[in-house]
Design a protein. Sequence first.
Length: 91
Amino acid sequence: MEDYKKKLGGLADKLKQERPKTPIQEVLPVKPTTAKEPEVQFNNRIPKALLKRVKAYGLEHELSLQDINIQALELYLRQKAKPEQNNKNAE
């Protein structure tokens, strides 16, 4: 017990004698991120079973519902736009 008190006393003396070293914070500039297109809210109703399937797919592939919706809508529009572009090119 005496050794313990001596060690604590010695520690207190050291702390009083030595100034604490203040860490110096290094400031780095923030790298600009690529500019994203502004987002808007999109609401719609879908069948409950479809929502469950989409959520399960998202969990399996580590995708958010937002990411799945964006990918699905872009794919749908690309596929639907092809016939229209072909008709315009034919004219």
